[in-house]
Design a protein around this ligand. Structure first.
Ligand code: FUC
Length: 736
């Protein structure tokens, strides 16, 4: 009997242990956590954001640092890109907590709720902080609690990267000023525009006392603190109004006061509900491996060969988290999304249009975050008139194009990358293809696409045999400038082809449409070169040893659709030869692009190999254009330095491995690697406004469930099997 009892007891203990493990493991796909504070902004601090306001949190015990941003804090003007600017920092110093040992330290970012927490024990007190950036309340909220009353004493400090005026008054800190006089480089011209800005911190306490002194807010013996942060500028994305709107003082104050008048549980509930409305649309399970180790160790083990699918899922969802946090209804995600701690950030933290901003938005619709695309479309729309004026001056054409670097006032610098605007239009068309949003097509997309086509109608040059080429083009970022560069040719084909389809969908511009179709068919087509490669230039000069990070001549494979395995197998094979020659080691974004490209070539195992190269812990943040790609401990993509396109590009790549829809059919599991024999994904989007859930086992499809949002005729492919389904909006169909 006694023996039996002991046996039962240990069985229960064992079951409980398994339960604990499972519960923990269940969270590891949605949690980044660390057992010490961050000491480095770029590699360790953790990001929060509401699409407009962003914070990087260090989680220090004696001193907390929240470096913050607001997406419109830009220098520059219509002539010059300028640069995205860091706003400032909020420091919280905890006096009375010095020189005590800290135990149970944990800082964590829960991406299933978009809440960052810091917890630790000091001097017998359990301290807990929760942070989030609320989209509905439009402010950042920090909540500091402890399990003993009066445990908090210290001060709150606000700093300003632009030496504005700082005022401490009552329980509020304000910084305000103007960006006049700031330049990206000492040699930059003085900008003709200068935004005004303001940031505020409001400290609400329970128990003890709070007062302003010495430019800080001093708190003593308080039970809990709720700190609200808000910031803004007078930027307006309207050229007609000189890019300036109302001074930020009133909106910043109103939003802060409203938040401070709402209870913390209410604010948090509204934030979580708003966030989950987007985040919960897609779930992904790849096998069952998951580790409970701190994320940095987890990534280190992965780098060492423990290819744990839980981490692959976490990084996939992290891309979605970063998109929701950096691109809602303000400006689009820039090179660093929303997070930047410098007034002279790498590459201006701008909108690069020779791959980077386009890559940012590949995943938005696929990963079911269509709302996050809107800022990108609006930004493009806002800069059109400025772009048209400069394009006319430089090229004597209608329409518009851009240089490689772009800001928020239409200013554009560095090399002309003439096909950059056509590349942006591909995102624009795809957004329509995924959402079926006719209003978007009619009012925003089509007018822009048409203008970009006009640029090329005027700019294309006929060779003696009538073949049309883009003159004096450029394959980013190497090789000579010359006619008929493949990158240009493919993107012109793409924008002509999509604009024809757009005009047809809208039933407009019959003549224009047929001119475009005729010109599209006369464009110099992709060519196969002497070593079987897809030629990067009209002249067969590709060097098989060229391992340049840019894959510009492969845009027709991805994100384009001019070359597909089904329609153009010989060109697809040539693309494979070229991609092989470029190698597997590169920068972060280049590695991410290769994942997408191998997926389009239906080589899941090779795509998976590239995932191994991207999910590689790197510590170096010095600029490296060759072979430094990977992830930092905070899972930010390392170009290096930090550049967010690799995060977004990875998420897009995983989508492409599981579902494709660019070739006129919904292709289930087109590039499933052996490493993911069993899994399930729900809520991915395909073109035609349809959501798709897929479940597979032992490398084979078990079931796909289609949720059409509009009526349509859909071809569905799995392996060699293709079925045609006529589906009705709202009526689910199951495919086995
Ligand atoms: C392009 C790339 C670089 C870098 C920069 C921001 O110029 O060639 O690698 O990503 O953008």
């Amino acid at each position: 009997m006694k023996h039996k009892q002991r046996w039962l007891k240990s069985l229960f203990a064992c079951a409980a242990w398994v339960l604990v493990l499972r519960a923990d493991a269940a969270g590891t796909e949605s949690r980044l956590w660390y057992d010490k504070p961050a000491s480095n902004w770029e590699k360790e601090a953790l990001p929060i954001g509401n699409g407009r306001l962003g914070g990087m949190i260090f989680g220090g015990v004696e001193r907390e640092q929240i470096q913050f941003n607001e997406s419109s804090l830009w220098i520059g003007d219509e002539k010059d890109t300028g640069a995205y600017q860091a706003f400032g920092d909020v420091f919280i110093d905890f006096s009375g907590q010095t020189n005590l040992p800290t135990t149970n330290y944990r800082r964590e970012l829960d991406i299933s709720r978009a809440i960052h927490t810091v917890a630790y024990t000091r001097g017998g007190v359990n301290f807990r902080r929760q942070y989030f950036a609320s989209h509905p309340a439009n402010v950042m909220v920090l909540r500091l609690t402890a399990n003993k009353p009066g445990a908090y004493s210290g001060s709150v400090l606000l700093t300003d990267m632009h030496n504005g005026k700082i005022v401490a008054d009552g329980n509020r800190l304000t910084s305000s000023g103007s960006l006049a006089g700031y330049k990206f480089e000492d040699t930059s011209p003085t900008y003709s525009l200068a935004l005004d800005y303001e940031a505020q911190v409001l400290v609400v306490h329970d128990g003890g006392s709070v007062k302003a002194a010495d430019g800080r807010i001093i708190f003593a013996g308080v039970n809990s603190l709720t700190i609200f942060i808000n910031a803004g500028t007078d930027y307006l994305n309207e050229r007609q109004r000189g890019w300036r709107g109302e001074h930020p003082h009133a909106p910043v104050t109103t939003q802060l006061n409203a938040a401070a008048g709402t209870s913390f549980p209410q604010l948090r509930a509204a934030h979580v509900a708003d966030y989950q409305k987007l985040f919960d649309r897609v779930t992904l399970t790849l096998g069952n491996s998951a580790s409970n180790l701190p994320t940095d160790l987890r990534l280190m083990n992965y780098t060492g060969g423990v290819r744990e699918s839980g981490l692959e899922t976490l990084v996939f969802q992290y891309g979605r988290y970063l998109m929701i946090s950096s691109s809602r209804d303000a400006l689009p995600a820039n090179l660093q999304g929303l997070w930047n701690n410098s007034i002279r950030p790498p590459w201006r933290s701008d909108y690069h249009t020779d791959v980077n901003v386009q890559m940012n938005y590949w995943m938005a619709d696929q990963a079911n975050l269509s709302e996050c695309f809107t800022p990108y479309a609006r930004w493009l729309n806002s800069i059109r008139e400025v772009r048209k004026a400069e394009t006319k001056e430089a090229f004597k054409t209608r329409g518009w194009t851009m240089h490689g670097e772009n800001g928020v006032f239409g200013g554009s610098t560095w090399e002309w990358v003439e096909s950059g605007s056509a590349w942006c239009m591909q995102n624009i068309w795809d957004h329509y293809a995924f959402t079926g949003d006719k209003e978007f097509l009619r009012t925003l997309a089509y007018p822009m696409m048409k203008e970009v086509c006009e640029f090329w109608q005027d700019r294309l040059k006929a060779l003696p045999d009538g073949t049309l080429v883009a003159p004096n083009g450029f394959s980013p970022e190497h090789g000579p400038r010359e006619d008929g560069v493949s990158h240009d040719q493919q993107l012109i084909w793409d924008v002509f082809n999509n604009t024809v389809a757009a005009a047809e969908a809208l039933g407009v511009d019959r003549e224009f449409r047929s001119d475009l179709a005729a010109k599209r068919d006369k464009l110099l087509a992709p060519k196969i070169g002497r070593w079987g490669q897809l030629q990067e230039w009209m002249v067969d000069r590709d060097d098989p040893k060229d391992d340049h990070r840019h894959l510009s001549h492969l845009v027709a494979v991805h994100p384009g659709s001019q070359i597909t395995l089904q329609k153009t197998p010989a060109l697809a094979e040539a693309a494979r030869v070229s991609l092989n020659a470029r190698g597997d080691v590169s920068t972060g974004w280049s590695t991410a692009w290769k994942i997408n490209l191998w997926a389009r070539l239906h080589d899941g195992d090779r795509a998976y190999k590239l995932i191994g190269n991207l999910l590689r812990l790197v510590g170096d943040s010095r600029m490296n254009y060759k072979d430094g790609g990977g992830l930092y401990a905070n899972l930010f993509d390392a170009h290096p330095p930090f550049q967010i396109d690799g995060n977004f590009g990875y998420t897009a790549g995983v989508c492409e491995m599981l579902l494709q829809s660019h070739a006129g059919e919904i292709h289930l599991l087109p590039a499933l690697p052996k490493a993911w024999p069993t899994g399930k994904v729900t809520g991915l989007r395909a073109r035609g406004n349809i959501e798709v859930d897929i479940q597979w086992q032992d490398g084979k499809l078990v079931k796909a469930t289609l949720h059409p949002k509009q009526d349509g005729l859909f071809k569905v492919r799995c392996g060699d099997k293709v079925v045609e389904l006529k589906l009705k909006a709202g009526k689910t169909a199951v495919f086995k």
